[in-house]
Write a protein that binds this ligand. Structure first.
Ligand code: CA
Length: 228
């Protein structure tokens, strides 16, 4: 990366926020800290951050709500932080569009590794010269987070969009369910692998069935592929 990434630490426990800040700055990142949920949300809307570390339990607005609202307008990488080691929290955070999830207390090295990985994937994906991706009649605009078919806007959830984007980035290459699961749901996704099949069926309904042309193909025993 050419520029130094700026990371927003949203955490109401001062010692934890400060500890994270010291470690991130030691690794060369710029940082900002916010302890209040509502103010954090307002700042995310106004300032440019490259990644957000988002605590769940916060005063005035919790991390889930912030994540959901931010995702309506931005694909800035978000890592949820929580003290509660509950699968339900984790699934909810990821469903709302968080890129990753860490349970406190966590090792600093682990956090730094996740941050590096997410920033790398994010900058690789958002290449400014790539205005949009094309699969037949489907156009995908990563910067605007929009998908059109025959020029008509298609309403997709965050996960549906991520899945379609990943398939489109690999047009004509068959992707296995495991590859898709790792890329779209994250390495430590905790749940049924059928989730891939379920989301493929959502996409088929919203795109192939609705517009009467097949783009999403099943390769039996292997996985899925999109073709023009
Ligand atoms: Ca908290």
């Amino acid at each position: 990366m050419e520029e130094v990434a700026k990371i927003f630490i949203v955490e109401d426990e001062k010692p934890i926020a400060r500890f994270i800040q010291i470690n991130l700055e030691k690794s060369g990142y710029k940082t900002a800290i916010e302890q209040n949920g509502r103010r954090a949300y307002e700042r995310i809307m106004q300032e440019k951050f490259d990644l957000i570390l988002l605590d769940v339990m916060l005063p005035e607005m919790d991390g889930f709500e912030i994540c959901e609202k931010v995702r309506e307008v931005s694909d800035v990488p978000i890592i949820m932080l929580t003290a509660r080691d509950e699968v339900r929290d984790k699934v909810e955070g990821l469903e709302l569009g968080a890129n990753d999830y860490m349970t406190k207390p966590f090792a600093t090295e682990e956090l730094l590794a996740r941050i590096r990985g997410i920033l790398k994937r994010h900058t690789e994906r958002v290449r400014p010269e790539e205005d949009h991706l094309v699969v037949g009649e489907i156009l995908i605009y990563p910067e605007r987070h929009e998908v059109t078919v025959n020029g008509e806007l298609v309403d997709l959830t965050h996960k549906e969009y991520e899945l379609l984007l990943y398939l489109a980035e690999n047009k004509n290459h068959v992707l296995s369910r495991d590859q898709i699961l790792q890329k779209v749901w994250g390495y430590d996704y905790f749940g049924n692998t059928n989730v891939v099949d379920v989301y493929i069926s959502y996409l088929r309904t919203k795109i192939d069935d609705r517009f009467g042309k097949k783009h999403i193909h099943t390769t039996r025993g292997v996985g899925y592929v999109v073709r023009d």
